[in-house]
Design a protein around this ligand. Structure first.
Ligand code: SF4
Ligand code: SF4
Length: 679
């Protein structure tokens, strides 16, 4: 009697039971979260899935990504081969439709088998010999790599022996099968012996395969199951508008932030299982790299462990019993307050994450809990918020003086003396109150006048856009500011806005639509680049050259995808030499001021702005070109800390433009002097 089928079915049932038990447990944990609809725009979701999962687009951003691509696609092709392999072991003559006797399929599968073995060896060498910090040289990864190797080797040997014993159609082009068959024939072993050997290798393969299936949901390779769903359900909103909204009117809400893991949304919890523990996020996180306690990878990892622990407790106690949960508190014990406040919301982690995890929303949700539910947040942040509440700017300077910077320039005020201007110039708090940034605003006035643009400002009626308040977790303050700004802009009939600061750009463009503010918003570098293209700005050629290392800000670059406009401007100026920092564009390094960090002290480790300045100074610049007033302050401070401010100055791109501009229109002497001083 042939026991192959019953024994196989018994093994399969056992593997499915172990697999199903773990999967059910994980699913129950996920369902603890709040529902969130991520099933809009199915076409875009499928398209992104193709690029990110099948094309491994983000994985391939780094050289070693090719190894993962080979393993991923090898896995798919070899799995088809495995179906045929297992099928013919169970039933003689079994043939998969289209593939089972197709010689090209076996050729491709054989080639993939060799490539995957090479890729697994490379991955093991990297993880256990090179040992990059971001990858853990743990047992879990070793088990998975050993299992993949075992699966391929057992299939190749068993199929090669089968080929020798009873040649099946389609295998004649498979080089490894033929090699194994040749070696077995040369060994001189008898047919009976070879038959037994072939059967043993087949069983080894089947047992490994089912063991692999059972092991997946218990290991980090749970990401094989969760990541494709996670990518499909990714956030499709513009990057700058992805912060989870809070319904402050909800009287039923127990909390506005997240202080318990089950208060995250189901998608936020799915992120935890989708994580491949690749460490790309950590490798690009300015907080982690500067020695702060935050690592986005560890954050995800800790949340996952906590979810498992609490999820199991819930399963035992029922939802009502959770109040008696004696495990760790999410904030303070699982994730420290230092970690929560260390994030600059630079988006570098999310830019790199191959499974589209969303770290920033989780951090902001926990900040909201500290700020709005508990009223516990850093003193400096309290002060900045109080200033924004009272004077509508984080510095706390009298709100009525907001428009003073432009009084001597005769800039028109919207709704007062400038009807029908082409643009509303949104100056922002820095441009209005910070002495250094005021000079940049004056440069912008000069440039727009030179190009013949009509514009107005809101003067003392402009209020902080609320970017820092929202990212510090003070959603109430943000929504108050947003509502007041939107109401005024709508009342004035404003349609086109040019912002001084990329944080204002992001907020007005991507966040105000949710509050009824729908405007065409551009950044000042985008306006200037357009004016240069139209030939409305000309530059002098008789001035001394300038070597400019350009710094991509997070909120213009990663959040709003604008990398070209500032570069186009700098390339257009005769004498300016554009220098690219080692970390540039999507991999640019934050200056340290985002996420409300501008208003807080930096504790522990190195200063982020110092690290960025070091990267920029590597290029030997005479100036660092920036596009953001926060970056300007941070880079300026960093240059001073390195005692480099005598040789290298931080300059906004618009200041460089103003310095080199050939003034054909009437720009008065006084303004010239002011801008010259600024640069
Ligand atoms: S947003 Fe930036 S600072 Fe925050 S965790 Fe991600 S990489 Fe780190
Ligand atoms: S969160 Fe994303 S980038 Fe970070 S370790 Fe996990 S998979 Fe890698």
């Amino acid at each position: 009697m042939d026991y192959t089928l019953p024994v196989f079915l018994a093994e399969l049932a056992a593997a499915l039971a172990v697999f199903g038990y773990a999967l059910r447990r994980r699913l129950r944990h996920l369902l603890l979260g709040r529902p969130e609809n991520r099933l809009d725009s199915i076409g875009r979701r499928i398209w992104g899935f193709i690029g990110l999962v099948l094309g491994q687009r983000k994985v391939l951003k780094e050289k070693f990504g090719i190894v993962h691509l080979v393993i991923f696609w090898g896995f798919i092709v070899i799995s088809l081969g495995t179906l045929q392999f297992v099928g013919e072991g169970l039933k003689e003559g079994f043939t998969l439709p289209f593939l089972g006797s197709n010689p090209y399929f076996y050729l491709v599968k054989d080639i993939f088998s060799i490539m995957v073995l090479g890729a697994v060896a490379a991955a093991a060498f990297r993880r256990y010999v090179i040992r990059p910090e971001r990858l853990e040289a743990n047992l879990d990864a070793a088990i998975i790599l050993a299992m993949i190797t075992g699966l391929i080797v057992t299939e190749l040997v068993s199929s090669g022996l089968a080929q020798l014993l009873h040649a099946a159609p389609g295998r004649e082009m498979a080089p490894v099968y033929n090699l194994v068959a040749g070696l077995a024939a040369a060994s001189g072993a008898g047919k009976e012996v070879l038959l037994v050997q072939q059967k043993v290798w087949w069983w080894m393969h089947v047992t490994l395969l089912l063991g692999f299936l059972a092991y997946i949901p218990y290991s980090k390779h749970m990401h094989l199951l969760a990541a494709p769903f996670n990518v499909f359900l990714r956030n499709l909103k513009p990057r700058g508008g992805q912060i989870n909204p809070v319904n402050l009117e909800d009287e039923e809400a127990e909390e506005f932030g997240v202080s318990r893991v089950e208060s995250f949304t189901r998608k936020q919890l799915l992120d935890l299982y989708a994580c491949a523990e690749c460490g790309r996020c950590q490798d690009n996180c300015p907080a982690y790299l500067s020695g702060k306690s935050l690592s986005p990878k560890q954050l995800i990892h800790k949340l996952k462990d906590h979810l498992s622990e609490k999820g199991d407790a819930l399963a035992r106690a029922g939802k009502d019993g959770i109040k008696d949960f004696a495990g760790k508190e999410l904030i303070g014990e699982v994730v420290s307050e230092d970690e929560i406040w260390a994030c600059t919301t630079c988006y570098s982690c999310q830019e790199q994450c191959p499974v589209t995890n969303e770290h920033i929303n989780k951090i902001i949700d926990m900040r909201r809990s500290l700020v709005m539910d508990r009223g516990e947040f850093p003193q400096e942040a309290v002060l900045a918020c109080r200033n924004m509440e009272k004077n509508f700017n984080p510095w706390g300077i009298g709100w009525y003086s907001r428009g003073e910077w432009s009084k001597d320039l005769g800039v028109k005020v919207a709704g007062v003396d400038q009807p029908g201007a082409e643009y509303l110039y949104w100056v922002g708090c820095a441009g209005s109150f910070d002495d250094r940034s005021r000079k940049i605003a004056r440069s912008m006035v000069k440039i727009m006048r030179e190009a013949g643009i009509t514009f107005s400002v809101l003067g003392s009626e402009e209020k902080c856009c609320g970017d820092s308040a929202r990212r510090m977790g003070n959603e109430y303050l943000f929504q108050t500011l947003a509502a007041e700004n939107v109401s005024l802009l709508n009342e004035l009939g404003v349609t086109r806005i040019v912002t001084h600061c990329p944080h204002c750009l992001n907020t007005l463009k991507n966040e105000y639509p949710a509050f009824g503010g729908n405007f065409e918003v551009i950044h000042h570098t985008q306006l200037i680049a357009g004016l240069i293209s139209q030939g409305r700005l000309q530059f002098r050629e008789d001035l001394e050259g300038l070597r400019v290392a350009y710094h991509d800000s997070c909120y213009l670059g990663r959040y709003n995808g604008e990398y070209e406009a500032p570069r186009k401007i700098l390339r257009a100026i005769p004498g300016v030499i554009l220098l690219e920092a080692r970390r540039n564009r999507g991999r640019s390094f934050c200056c340290g001021a985002g996420g409300g960090r501008m208003w807080m002290e930096e504790h522990g480790g190195m200063r982020i702005n110092g690290m960025r300045v070091d990267q920029l100074l590597e290029k030997g610049p005479e100036a660092v070109g920036v596009n953001c007033p926060f970056c300007l302050t941070m880079i300026d401070d960093g240059l001073k800390a390195r005692e480099a401010e005598e040789k290298v100055s931080a300059m906004d791109v618009s200041e460089i433009v103003a310095r080199y501009l050939e003034y054909r229109a009437a720009a008065d002497e006084e303004e010239d002097t002011a801008v010259e001083k600024a640069s």
